[in-house]
Design a protein around this ligand. Structure first.
Ligand code: HEC
Length: 458
């Protein structure tokens, strides 16, 4: 938000003009399209690239469903498309391409600009209808929705809150799940979720709903806590728990792989345990009732695994992850790949003072395999970037992730002015927004010949 606010401040003069104000000048020299109107030229761009998020229930702060929505926000739309802030896509497209990349072409950006400058003409909007979306999901109607058992109370005391939350369920029979989608209720407060899948074996649990629904702020989680939350079988033993099945960060939408790739086996009685549900500070007392959408699918032929370098990961951060005040610091994490693998998706993770992120692999014969580059880190957009085709990393390669952090006063996203030393911490509180993390998360499976041509996009 801060970056945008600052940029808006600089360009605030631009925002004051309304559609077609002749006083308005832009620096971009693009050919002017004549007679641009909404229905014919602008609506197709907006409906495809903006409306999926700018509609009721989704993350965008206003709706873009009609001519009037667009007209009302015309100058803002022109501005955010010109500076390529919207649609959000932080990964550098000149470095690597991914499936379902967001972004407008130069031509589309020019059309929007010309439409605004020519007075936001409606055209024939009578035949125009926004695409149909299912409210409550990015992907359409889910096969099942698992709500929180109880709403989670959030105190309006201006501090971060960490919860473990249980979302229990019961179904008629066991099934396979293609993916889970976490849908935040208090979108502005939900910061991060990492959910695990618990499945009670047949006959071992009478009531999946028994026990406490949530647990607050205890980094020393123990089996006693799990028991109080009703996560043990009735005989006191613990059911299997599958890590990292539900995931959410601001700007994130669930990872969906083609049929047969990835997915989960789901017992008919169980729970999603959101182990680190992190809410940012709230000014008022409130409650969160987020839900988890479930999309069933076929049994997975190729199970997908996940690993991470850096914080909580399989490879350390070098040097020690302390970020001194008033300095720009560089950190890296390196890991030697033990077997041929195919990488499906990557997810760089830093917090507010992250500046740039780079990841690649160096093969034993000296080739570089590009993975991702983010030139302007933005905390708000933390996707799992899925490749169009799996990327093969041969055994013996070194995977390298490099993160640069700007802990100076010049960084508008720095939460502290004057800047403070930020120290490495390896407990759950490292996830506090104003602490820092450095993670390079990736999903993969063992390489099989032909993986390079698997289509992960369609
Ligand atoms: C992936 C979801 C997503 C897509 C796609 C998307 N937006 Fe947004 N947009 C958001 C979110 C979330 C915010 C609020 C965060 C922020 O202000 O930085 C936002 C903010 C904005 C703002 C600034 C609002 C304000 O007053 O601060 C404008 C203008 C905007 N979007 C226009 C667009 C346009 C135009 C498109 C398509 C070309 C688009 N967005 C595509 C999610 C999206």
């Amino acid at each position: 938000m801060k970056w945008l606010k600052n940029t808006f401040f600089l360009f605030s003069a631009l925002i004051l003009f309304s559609c077609g104000d002749p006083g308005e000048k832009t620096s971009e020299k693009t050919p002017v399209n004549t007679n641009v109107n909404f229905a014919e030229h602008v609506a197709p761009i907006v409906f495809k690239n903006c409306t999926p998020c700018h509609r009721p229930g989704e993350a965008g702060p206003f709706t873009l469903l009609s001519y009037y929505d667009a007209k009302k926000n015309a100058n803002k739309i022109k501005f955010v498309t010109q500076v390529r802030y919207m649609p959000p896509w932080p990964a550098d497209k000149s470095y690597t391409h991914f499936a379902k990349e967001r972004g407008l072409s130069g031509e589309e950006i020019a059309l929007i600009k010309d439409w605004v400058e020519q007075g936001c003409k409606p055209g024939d909007t009578s035949k125009l209808s926004p695409p149909e979306f299912f409210t409550g999901s990015f992907f359409g109607k889910p096969d099942m929705v698992i709500p929180f058992h109880e709403a989670v109370p959030i105190k309006g005391n201006g501090t971060d809150h960490f919860y473990m939350v249980k979302a229990p369920y019961e179904m008629k029979s066991d099934t396979f799940v293609r993916f889970y989608e976490f849908v935040p209720h208090k979108r502005k407060l939900v910061h991060h979720v990492n959910g695990h899948l618990i499945g009670f074996e047949d006959g071992k649990k009478k009531n999946a709903y028994a026990g406490k629904s949530y647990w607050q702020d205890d980094p020393k989680l123990s089996n006693d806590v799990y028991k109080e939350m009703g996560l043990a079988n009735d005989d006191g033993t613990f059911p299997p728990m599958l890590a990292n099945t539900v995931y959410y960060l601001p700007g994130y939408s669930a990872q969906v792989f083609p049929d047969g790739i990835g997915g989960y086996f789901m017992k008919k009685k169980g729970a999603i345990l959101l182990k680190n549900l992190h809410y940012g500070p709230s000014a008022i007392d409130t409650k969160d009732s987020s839900v988890i959408n479930v999309f069933f699918g076929p049994p997975p032929k190729r199970p997908v695994q996940e690993l991470q370098l850096g914080t909580f990961g399989i490879a350390p951060i070098v040097p020690k992850f302390d970020i001194p005040a008033n300095k720009v610091s560089t950190f890296s994490s390196r890991w030697t790949v033990p077997q041929d693998i195919s990488i499906l998706s990557v997810n760089p993770h830093m917090h507010l003072i992250g500046k740039t992120f780079l990841a690649y692999a160096l093969t034993p014969n000296g080739d570089t395999i590009r993975l991702i580059r983010i030139n302007k880190w933005d905390f708000k957009w933390q996707y799992y970037y899925t490749y169009k085709h799996p990327v093969k990393i041969p055994a013996g390669s070194t995977m390298v992730a490099i993160g640069i952090y700007d802990n100076t006063d010049k960084n508008p996203n720095n939460p502290f002015h004057p800047p403070r030393d930020i120290k490495e911490r390896n407990d759950m509180f490292s996830m506090g927004t104003t602490e820092e993390m450095f993670q390079f998360i990736f999903t993969y499976f063992p390489y099989q010949p032909g993986d390079e041509s698997l289509d992960l996009e369609n």
